[in-house]
Ligand binder design. Structure first.
Ligand code: AGP
Length: 612
């Protein structure tokens, strides 16, 4: 997953590129570079490291220009290095390109061009595409045609920005499987991997579709298909502000986004709860309502945190809407020859809307005739546009690589869907529905209460487990998936090994791990299986395990058994995970800070994994 940005206009392009790359750095950050046209000559500055390192390098020899492109990389082919950093330049020194995606047939192209005498200078798949464009450019003398012909030979995914010193008034962008957004301003255009690099300049954005090639000049833009057919595109008004993607006074984006959750869960529900009717309204699903109301089965497919949200969705949809639900890792779903019936409904959950595995899974489901719904956070993302219908979570840009507010917003949307289907299918009565709707509206305030009351205790607990090498998270029912999510949070930002498990399942193996060095975090709200959880806590205590628990305020029984407790307000069972995950997000954050980890950009990770 990489960040791409390009500009053509009248302003000095360098600060625009560098600022854009900083806003895109969460997408990938092992190397970065910019290319500008200075007096019809390509100037490239690039290096391994973060955008700040690049900025310092550029400042050593500033060169004003008004057209250029930039890239921040998450390596897929070729290790992170100055040489492999983008942008690349072709062997003639006139065409430069930056790329996001994977060229699957790069090796064959490389061999063919090397046989024709082309010298390759990097280890990347991207260079094969660049040198192929260069080869066609020798023939056509026209950059758009050369790009189009080259792309017609490509297998794989790309989002690219290209320019040539021989045509200094032109920037070309093209996409297949990797997102590109085009910002439109007076006499200038900004193209980028997503709107966060554009919104500081303009809110008028076109989201390019797969197979599109956009040609940008100071006089205007043209979008064509790869077959040279002109196409019209609708312009989207971007609503979020640049401040929303700043840190807002918090030390890290992740902490800001944890604290945003009272607002973002509210935003996810806004206008969607019909309290007096005890139901919910999801306008984005109007075209698939019949399919949903009559569905014999719902398949949920996702990755990572989104998959955990799907697991919670399974429990609630089966309990309250009585629909059989199966939850599948997207990466497994696609390749295991799944049996998908035309009356199945498939729900793809994805914060970024660009996760390659999830996109591939939904395409498979569509091919087999299912109705496919998207639950996405990023407006105009590929998954959002390729599903038959969908619901945006409205959590706003999530910059921290570890997903927090997107998770609770996904849970909010799944809860709304459950309420709506439970009512439509007659398994939730009007009275029940009104009660649930009331409780739903209280959730943002309860999240705020947890944030207000528990920071100090959570910091104390974080201090007590910062040196641990293993942590076990245990929960039952709706809080088994929450245990998985809590463990993932700790793993991915503090690098401590953690495992989530159904509390009762701990007896069938993991109990062997329990000793005085093992912190065991129980998620134990007062629900119908509360007594069972207490038995599980006793089993851990009998083996000297260190017990930490998330409990409801008046739960003295469990408090007396624990080293630490975090107290949260009660709520309806299927809404509980929106509350119990909050302390676990904060706990992982403070442990990671104690361990001086890069909280917002953990090692080896990227915000959106657009490679399979
Ligand atoms: C979550 O904290 C992780 N960063 C990761 O598991 C993420 O949830 C997963 O890659 C799916 O991303 P998506 O929701 O954008 O599809």
């Amino acid at each position: 997953m990489c960040g791409l940005v390009g500009y053509i206009g009248e302003r000095d392009v360098t600060p625009i590129l560098l600022d854009g790359l900083k806003r895109l750095e969460y997408r990938g950050y092992d190397s970065a570079g910019i290319a500008t046209l200075v007096n019809s000559h390509v100037e490239i500055v690039k290096r391994a490291g973060k955008v700040n390192d690049l900025e310092n390098l550029v400042a050593l020899n500033p060169k004003p220009a008004t057209i250029g492109l930039g890239h921040t990389r998450w390596a897929t082919h070729g290790e992170p290095s100055d040489k492999n950093a983008h942008p690349h330049i072709d062997h003639t020194g006139t065409i430069t390109l930056a790329h996001n995606g994977i060229i699957e047939n790069y090796a064959a192209i490389r061999q063919r061009l090397q046989r024709d005498g082309v010298e390759f200078t990097t280890d990347t798949d991207t260079e094969s595409l660049l040198q192929l464009i260069s080869a066609f450019y020798d023939i056509t003398g026209n950059l758009e045609d050369a790009v189009r012909f080259a792309l017609s030979e490509i297998d794989g995914t790309y989002g690219i920005i290209v320019m040539s010193s021989k045509e200094p008034e032109k920037l070309i962008a093209a996409r297949m499987g990797s997102p590109l957004a085009l910002g439109i301003n007076d006499g200038e255009y900004i193209v980028a991997s997503d709107a966060s690099a554009i919104v500081g300049h303009t809110r008028q954005v076109i989201f390019l579709e797969d197979g599109n090639i956009a040609t940008l000049t100071r006089e205007g833009y043209e979008i064509k298909t790869i077959y040279d057919e002109k196409i019209e595109h609708k312009v989207t008004e971007i609503t979020f502000d640049i401040e929303q993607i700043e840190k807002g006074g918090y030390d890290h984006f992740m902490l800001k986004e944890i604290h945003e959750q009272p607002q973002t869960v509210l935003d996810s529900m806004r206008g969607r709860i019909l309290k007096n009717h005890g139901t919910a309204k999801l306008g984005g699903l109007r075209d698939v309502m019949n399919a949903l109301n009559s569905a014999q089965r719902i398949l949920i497919t996702a990755c990572g945190t989104s998959w955990h949200a799907g697991l919670v969705g399974e429990y609630m949809l089966e309990q309250y809407a009585r629909i059989p639900v199966e939850v599948e890792y997207a990466s497994e779903f696609r390749y295991r020859s799944p049996i998908i019936r035309h009356d199945d409904v498939v729900i793809a959950i994805s914060q970024s809307g660009e996760t390659a595995d999830t996109l591939a899974a939904l395409r498979e489901a569509k091919l087999q005739g299912a109705s496919v719904i998207g639950i996405c956070n990023v407006v105009g993302s590929t998954i959002a546009r390729e599903t038959h219908a969908g619901v945006y979570t409205h959590a706003g840009p999530e910059i921290g690589v570890a997903s927090t507010k997107a998770f609770t917003s996904q849970l909010a949307v799944l809860s709304l869907l459950t309420l709506m289907l439970g009512r439509n299918r007659g398994f939730i009565s009007l009275e029940q529905g009104v009660e649930i709707a009331k409780e739903f509206e209280a959730i943002p305030g309860k999240i705020q209460q947890i944030l207000d009351e528990n920071i100090s205790e959570i910091k104390t607990i974080a201090d007590s487990i910062t040196e641990s090498t293993n942590v076990l998270y245990l929960g039952r029912g709706y809080n088994f998936p929450t245990a998985l999510e809590g463990a993932l949070k700790l793993k991915e930002i503090s690098y401590i090994h953690a495992e989530g498990y159904p509390a009762a399942e701990m007896k069938h193996g993991p109990i062997a791990l329990i000793d005085e060095n093992m912190p065991v975090i129980f998620i134990a709200p007062q629900d119908k299986i509360h007594e069972k959880v207490i038995s599980n806590i006793e089993e851990v205590r009998a083996r000297k395990g260190r017990v930490i628990a998330i409990v409801n305020h008046d739960d003295e029984q469990i408090e007396s058994l624990c080293e630490h407790v975090i107290k949260i307000p009660p709520t309806t069972d299927f809404l509980t995970p929106m509350l119990t995950i909050i302390p676990l997000q904060l706990l992982s954050y403070y442990v990671a800070v104690n361990r001086n980890c890069d909280v917002d950009q953990p090692r080896n990770l990227a915000k959106s994994v657009t490679v399979e």
